[in-house]
Design a protein around this ligand. Structure first.
Ligand code: SAH
Length: 241
């Protein structure tokens, strides 16, 4: 009988933010494909009886190419295994969960996505920054920082720069100068507040508050490291260290 693949969100870090459903499917899995993003506390809680495969793909170190991860999941499930693909945050937010679901569907493999708490909301929240607030932001846009380096960006920077809501950037650390330039060039106030939160929910968490124009210099000075969430907008004024 064909097994099932669970695309599981592990949340932003720590066992307390893992959902019950995630715990349930993790504990029943025959095989768990993981990377380092869920963090030590969750990874060290994986059941001993499950086969664990480190597909370690984050921060630019792809130990296993995406196509291989997908065909591995198809092979394992076809062989009758229940497979968990464990991901940081939510599997469908910049996690390639959508692509994996399509591949599994095409191969006729049953697939279930298990939601997780996404870092773009929870990491700012953990330092007192709400991504929306009636006085400051009635909308929030989640973007990937990867798009800022592309000439033909899939992001409408002109719209983004002029939209009054909060901007939350995933995977943005490497492209901070381009992000800052693109937003300012397109008309965003250069004094807009920015927070960079590295290693949210971990012992080495660090928060840096600055402005959009000062952001590239701050990046040079501080040397931001992934994983980090960048928040841009008035809501940053609510940060309390
Ligand atoms: N699916 C994940 C995002 C994966 S993309 C989610 O929903 O959260 C990887 C990016 O997520 C990182 O580059 C970083 O921007 C962000 N991220 C994930 N965990 C984080 C954490 N604990 N602290 C700060 N940023 C984090």
């Amino acid at each position: 009988m064909t097994g099932k693949v669970y695309l599981v969100g592990a949340g932003p870090g720590g066992l307390s933010l893992l959902t019950f459903r995630a715990r349930e499917v993790i504990d029943k899995a025959d095989v768990i494909l993981y990377d380092q993003l869920p963090g030590e506390e969750i990874l060290s809680s994986l059941p001993a009886k499950a086969e664990k495969i480190d597909v370690g793909k984050w921060g630019g170190h792809h130990t296993m190419p995406q196509e291989e991860i997908e065909s591995l999941m198809v092979r394992l499930a076809s062989a009758g295994k229940n497979v968990v693909r464990l991901k940081g945050g939510d599997p469908f937010v910049f996690g390639r969960g959508g692509e994996e679901m399509e591949t599994l569907r095409a191969a006729g493999i049953p697939v279930e996505a298990v939601p997780g708490i996404t870092s773009g909301i929870a990491v700012p929240e953990s330092v007192g920054i709400p991504v929306t607030h009636r006085d400051f932001a009635s909308s929030v846009t989640f973007i990937t920082g990867h798009e800022s380096e592309k000439e033909e960006s899939a992001i409408d920077w002109a719209w983004l720069a002029l939209s009054p809501g909060t901007i939350v950037i995933y995977m943005g650390v490497k492209n901070i100068p381009q992000i800052s330039t693109r937003l300012i060039e397109n008309g965003m106030d250069s004094l807009t507040k920015v927070a960079v939160i590295e290693n949210g929910f971990r012992e080495n968490q660090r928060v840096t508050c600055t402005t959009l124009e000062e952001l590239p210099a701050k990046a040079e000075e501080v040397g931001f490291k992934a994983p980090a969430i960048i928040v841009i907008g008035e809501v940053v004024s609510l940060y309390r260290g």
